[in-house]
Write a protein that binds this ligand. Structure first.
Ligand code: GAL
Length: 680
């Protein structure tokens, strides 16, 4: 091959070090058959590449890269630093991670390192540099994949020292004034007057290790911030070691969707050349589709709206609570096209060939244990063909008129159990509102609280429990300038230090929403509270609906009351409000709405804000997203997640089947179409 393959990237993690030459030859033929054009190599190969400290053995990797290139396959080359070899443990026992409880972990799995340990950082940067030096100029090298899913935490003494350094930079001079060392500012920010936690020297400051009773939430929040920054520094060291040898090759790392909470992905996205994500389903059935969209919409947003990379998904696996579930036939293709619909320019898997041994030996792959004469491999080939037909879509983007705030601070603050209520989970709340937008057919971006809100007609401030002073100002400016915002319960309860807002929530935004939240009243497990529009000038939005999890005693200070609590201690008090502020509108929802009421709310606010679904009147369960290209070109992705044929209003040529649609498009049960729409 002389030039890298064109079109969407298709392939996955390839681990030939687990196999012999006979299997490699079979892989070459099967990859051609499946139209694989991309392989991620070396993700966990450290012990083979550096069998003893400082001695490298690249022979196997040389052969792999050459072989792949001759087979028409580009390489995403990984640094193997997510799994240090056993020799590393013995040489650097202090670099092994320590749990919150003080237990030191051992090798025998993967991810056994402390990202703050100097020996680990040096070894990781060294092997990254050695790989880059070795493969600089190799024609197959298309991208660097640093590490794998940064996501470990450590509470050891190295972590403690690095944490103190981070805190000194955060609370240093600037806060304590001339001659100060930042400790006074730290004591103030962490509210250490409570429970006798005042620090009188920096040595006393430790990571939030296991404690007898509830931990200090401001301390925990800062540790989350610090740890994200510490791992990012570790990534940047490897990236910079690589760039010295291959400045022209993009560098990324794979973010884990949808669950990991350890990284501030806005900050990380600024440091990678392109955003790459892994996505695995956490539940079977209908919930999976909005969840895929939730991950894909974030990936696109973290990459500033540009096409992103789906680095890993599974051909078949769904992580059930206590078991592995399997995707039904046809689902892999539809899922894969759904990622492309939302802006991915790749379809990649973990992994090419199912391992015969090891902790993930029963994890599905593109080539299963049973070999190529299998349903899964046939579906892989079918998918490879479908993906190859979508080459013209590469580089196009997905416009959105609605956004949701995404804020790691608020997530961390909630998860650190600032609010001691198990059901108030950041991810669940954001996901629920995003799913309502998904059901409404409205495409949604995610935006940082200090990002460009003005680009959007409508912004959801869901689970925005922590709002910094700057964040509050940004939201105020947005509404004042004509924006529409929907804030859900618990919004703005704390500031950036995790201190409660005084004089009523949502603190500095009370006048924007025209309300004052005086008291919160979590509901008992399973308890619901009816909502009513009776006697209020609402439009029946909440009638027949109910709230769950949470309720609030809320006073209107100018806001129009759209729904009230229909029963219980808050009977007759406002539950949902709308306020005009400047040129915009601010809605407030003081409880967790049931899905029906949430759908009615989303429809009402989207209509008021002028945010339309991609195609009006699409049947429920049919997902439709448009990608826009240059010169007015566009592609309409239609995914029928239902068991019945669906008809939607659309015109163009289906790139997958070659059929034309003129005004109406019929999509088979479980089927997919990608229409090249008529030029605008
Ligand atoms: C990913 C990881 C892969 C593999 C996969 C299994 O999170 O990056 O290495 O472990 O999960 O689902």
């Amino acid at each position: 091959m002389t030039a890298k393959p064109a079109g969407m990237w298709f392939g996955g993690d390839y681990n030939p070090e687990q196999w012999d030459e006979k299997v490699w030859a079979a892989d070459d033929a099967l990859m051609r058959e499946a139209r694989v054009n991309t392989a991620t190599v070396g993700v966990f190969s450290w012990s083979i590449l550096e069998p003893e400290e400082g001695r490298y053995d690249f022979g196997w990797l040389d052969a792999t890269l050459d072989r792949l290139w001759h087979n028409g396959i580009r390489v995403v080359l990984a640094t193997p630093t997510a799994s240090p070899p056993p020799w590393f443990t013995l040489a650097h026992p202090d670099a092994m991670p320590v749990t919150r409880e003080g237990t030191r972990l051992w090798h025998g799995s993967r991810d056994t390192y402390c990202a703050a340990a100097p020996a680990y950082r040096a070894a990781a940067a060294r092997i990254a540099g050695a790989l880059a030096e070795r493969y600089a100029g190799h024609p197959a090298l298309a991208m660097w994949h640093v590490h794998n899913e940064y996501g470990t935490v450590c509470w050891c003494d190295h972590a403690a020292a690095a944490f103190r350094g981070w805190l000194q930079r955060r609370y240093g001079k600037e806060h304590d004034g001339e001659g100060g060392d930042g400790l006074a500012a730290l004591n103030e920010a962490w509210g250490t007057a409570f429970w006798s936690q005042r620090y009188s020297s920096w040595e006393q400051v430790l990571p939030p290790r296991a404690t007898q009773w509830r931990a200090n939430p401001s301390h925990s929040l800062d540790y989350s911030r610090f740890w994200s920054d510490e791992m990012l520094a570790s990534f940047c060291e490897q990236r910079d070691a690589i760039r010295r040898h291959t400045p022209e090759v993009p560098v990324t790392t794979n973010f884990m969707m949808p669950h990991y909470q350890l990284l501030d992905l806005w900050a990380w996205s600024r440091e990678v050349d392109v955003v790459a994500v892994d996505h695995y389903f956490g539940s079977a059935g209908r919930d999976g589709h909005p969840d895929l969209a939730f991950s894909a919409d974030r990936a696109r947003s973290f990459n500033s709206g540009r096409p992103w990379i789906l680095m890993e998904q599974s051909t078949s696996l769904i992580y059930g609570r206590d078991r592995i579930l399997i995707k039904e036939p046809g689902r892999m293709l539809r899922d894969s096209i759904a990622y492309l619909a939302r802006g991915s320019d790749s379809v990649m898997f973990f992994q090419w060939r199912a391992s015969q041994a090891g902790a993930e030996m029963f994890h599905p792959a593109m080539v299963p244990h049973a070999g190529p004469d299998t349903r899964i491999f046939r579906e892989v080939c079918e998918l490879g063909q479908a993906v190859s037909r979508l080459a013209e879509v590469v580089g196009s983007t997905v416009p959105a008129e609605v956004a949701m705030l995404w804020d790691a601070d608020s997530w961390w603050a909630l998860e650190n159990r600032g609010i001691p209520l198990a059901e108030v989970r950041y991810l669940d709340l954001v996901r629920a509102d995003h799913a309502a937008l998904w059901r409404a057919g409205v495409v949604c971006d995610f935006v940082h609280p200090l990002g460009d809100l003005a680009r959007y007609r409508l912004v959801f401030a869901t689970a925005a429990y922590l709002i910094s002073d700057e964040g509050a100002q940004a939201l105020r400016n947005y509404v004042e300038g004509g924006g529409h915002v929907v804030m859900s319960f618990g919004g703005g309860m704390v500031d950036a230090r995790h201190h409660a807002r005084l004089d009523g929530y949502p603190g500095p935004l009370r006048d924007v929403f025209g309300i004052r939240v005086e008291e919160f009243r979590p509901l008992a497990p399973g308890e619901t509270v009816p909502l009513t529009g009776d006697g209020v000038p609402g439009d029946g939005l909440a009638d027949g609906g109910h709230g769950t999890i949470w309720s609030e005693l809320l006073r209107s200070e100018g806001a129009e009351v759209l729904a009230s609590y229909g029963d219980g201690p808050l009977a007759g008090h406002p539950a949902m409000t709308r306020n005009s502020f400047g040129a915009g509108t601010a809605w407030y929802v003081s409880t967790q709405l049931d899905a029906g009421a949430r759908d009615r709310l989303v429809a009402a606010v989207a209509a008021e804000a002028g945010a339309a679904p991609v195609v009006v009147g699409a049947p429920p369960g049919v997902e439709i997203v448009r990608r826009h290209g240059d010169a007015g070109r566009s592609w309409l992705f239609v995914l029928n997640h239902t068991g019945a044929a669906a008809v939607v209003e659309a015109s163009g040529v289906d790139l997958l089947s070659g059929r034309s649609a003129d005004g109406q498009l019929e999509v088979a049960p479980g089927g997919v179409a990608v229409l090249r729409e008529h030029d605008a």
